[in-house]
Unconditional design. Sequence first.
Lengths: 249, 596
Amino acid sequence: MKILVPVKRVIDYNVKVRVKADNTGVELANVKMSMNPFDEIAVEEALRIKEAGNAEEIIVVSIGPAQAQETLRTALAMGADRAILVKTDDLVEPLAVAKILKAIVAEETPELVILGKQAIDDDCNQTGQMLAALLEWPQGTFASEVKLGEGTVNVTREVDGGLETVKLTLPAVVTADLRLNEPRYASLPNIMKAKRKPLDTKEPSDYGVDTARRLTTLKVEEPAKRASGIIVENIAELVTKLRDEAGVI
Amino acid sequence: MPTYSAPVKDIKFLLHDYFNLQKLEHIPAFAEATPDLLDAILDEAAKINENVFQPLNLSGDGQGCRLEDGKVITPDGFKEAYAQYLEGGWQGMTGDVKYGGQGLPQTLGLLLNEIMVSANWGFAMYPGLTKGATESIYAWGTDEQKEKYLPKMYSAEWAGTMNLTEPHCGTDLGLLTTKAVPQDDGSYKITGTKIFISAGDHDLTENIIHLVLAKIPGGPDGVKGISLFIVPRDIINDDGSVGANNGVSCGSLEEKMGIHSNATCVMNYDEATGYLLGDKHKGMKAMFTMMNEARLGVAIQGLAIAEVAQQNAVAYANDRLQGRALTGPQNPDAKADPIMVHPDVRRMLMTNRAFIEGSRAMTVWAGILVDTTREHPDEAEREKAEELLALITPVLKSYLTDQGVEAASRALQCFGGHGYIREWGMEQFLRDSRIAPIYEGTNGIQAMDLIGRKLPANGGAAIRAYFEMVQTFIDDNKTNDALSNYMPGLEKANGRLQAASMWLMQNGMSNPNNAGAGAHYYLNLLALVTMAYFWADMAKKAHEMIAAGEGDKEFLENKLITADFFYGHMLPETAALKAKIEAGATSVMGLDAHSF
Ligand SMILES: Cc1cc2nc3c(=O)[nH]c(=O)nc-3n(C[C@H](O)[C@H](O)[C@H](O)COP(=O)(O)OP(=O)(O)OC[C@H]3O[C@@H](n4cnc5c(N)ncnc54)[C@H](O)[C@@H]3O)c2cc1C
Ligand SMILES: Cc1cc2nc3c(=O)[nH]c(=O)nc-3n(C[C@H](O)[C@H](O)[C@H](O)COP(=O)(O)OP(=O)(O)OC[C@H]3O[C@@H](n4cnc5c(N)ncnc54)[C@H](O)[C@@H]3O)c2cc1C
């Protein structure tokens, strides 16, 4: 079977994010960008499935600017077989991403789509769910374990109460949580080979998808600075302050 | 715990913007190395170094190596980290593709070396010595030897070492006594004791290939009678598998000041089977192939330790609140300002910064020279590069490692008392840094090499080519207004270097002690002029990019400020160096030895 893994280029998790002076968004110029960490986990899981002999091909896809090519090359260097870049400079919302992915699924006919559970830039946590709905496929989100069966996949999910295991009939959508695996480092020979692996470039219009935004961002602000704390004399004073001043109890 | 993040941005500026490696595509190694590939390699190397090797640095220092049943055990985690290094295929990066290498430029190899030493010096030395050994085997080995050893060493399955030093001889290798007795089958029996052998034994690889300097009985005296041998720790069977021990053992481990996680071994060779590498009695020549590259590798250790120490000092200086800025409170909500506001703290951090970025440019230059000497299609270009490289290698080795110690010390100073306390890791950086001025030819020997060998070589061709390079730059840019902060300073410093060269030529012949006494100063003078050249040229590039609206403006403007700092606060040292050279040897040599 084929596995499709969408990967997103996001601001690197080590970067201290700065808000633009005009409050329209965060500063992206000259900032280090990397593959969304949850997507790295998704790529790793696909590789392990392939290495266990349960998949023949891994296709990675990214929807974003020309530089998202670098992110795709990273996935190819990890071991994915080929890549599709859907090039757009727009900020694409989860629903439009899901629609593009649906069209790619129709072309590529994978039996499994593994996504990161969310991207660390906008924290939407929607794309996988929307894609499953559009495809009318079962979904296993927040996966901490993925086990393939005969025409099925068991997904252990990290839910509030603990772990829940669901059995999905393939084809299916899985989204990766942090503990699913620890992604590998790309080896030098594979980084060099990745240069020669196929990478197709498309546009959203090739899939008949309109990426115009449906949401309007009013304002982006830094979180409020933490005010300095105070030391209370005793429990009674703490309770009074929590009730009367903070209004939290 | 100290942290580290590879200086990928500065490296990319040097590779893509300043040196523009793309224009070197006529050199085969660079043709493959397109910018996107270099970036992908740097980014991935940064990750494994930051996340796998660096976290073992402090613990490796605390635990050190131990000797159990004649075998060296490396600190916890080193085996696993090495397995990841091997898995990553990094060792063969610059090796010939014919033997399983990746054929990438040495320039890139030097930069990744910097990253690895910053992350974990003691760990980095294991692969580092293997690299040195493969360079020698590649340069001097027979086809058969290359086929036997290189693939397993490029893959990091086998490690390598270099064995020069003996108890009674370090600098003066002519005194060495390890002997190599010829056998009927063309091999030799090696017997003797070597000391201070880095990575002499460890548990990271299946075999260790020692390169050993020894004397064949009946050969010429002194350095002219030394030959180089390949001596595997364990015998290699005809089918390539590893067999029994070859009479090679680690007698003991040294207790030492720094690089605790790297085993420094006493090595005993007891009729071990060795194979001649290169020609009989030409061992020094063969060893120098390894030494010259290894000297650049050690130079980079100075840069690398400065970089990681600086990163931690900067973080601390932004965090530590102590005292108020001289110009009034900068952080009125708190009782004190971050120490970053104090000019004296800035002095230390800026000195380190100017040193680090300036020497990184110098090492990339040296790397390009290495690649040019090996692969440039034009013989005249190869020769010119060889001359400049020979001249600049001792300069980099000595200046960068001396300053590496100073930079680590300044970074420690920014921590106040906490710099002296183990858990912050700053004192480890200082201890680790201290070996680099000693090994691979002490810095005193580098200065002697520069003055005694490199300057007069080939009728002074190298220093003439060097002066031509600097002078051409001065002539071309003298009237460039954007460089008015730099050109007068560069011209003056270059004049001092020329005058000092003249003085040494005139006074060093009549009394060699004049040359010996001034050698260290002269080397530093040459280093500073070279750094000044690169700072002015980098400033030029930064100006051009800002004017063209290219690149990261803040990054480029910071280059200009750092260039200003170098010219105002560091380059004036050249005046003092010239004066010290011209003071001559009289007072240096005046005291009777018994009067000390
Ligand atoms: C941690 C560590 C790791 C090492 N790793 C290796 C290794 O892997 N392989 C290996 O073979 N060796 C290794 N060495 C040895 C190292 O290369 C030598 O210590 C070094 O070459 C100096 O030799 P020495 O210690 O005998 O000092 P000496 O030669 O005794 O020198 C003492 C001092 O005298 C000065 N001096 C000596 N001769 C002259 C001269 N002619 N002119 C001016 N000054 C002079 C020196 O500069 C130095 O300051 C290592 C050493 C250490 C400490
Ligand atoms: C082994 C050891 C023994 C010690 N023994 C004693 C002892 O017996 N008794 C005792 O009381 N203390 C002792 N100390 C503490 C020692 O005196 C302090 O560490 C020292 O005064 C520096 O203070 P600090 O560590 O808080 O550094 P900080 O004050 O935080 O200084 C950090 C850096 O900022 C610089 N800096 C700070 N303020 C300014 C400013 N206004 N202008 C310019 N630069 C500034 C400093 O020069 C330093 O480089 C000891 C420390 C050690 C490590």
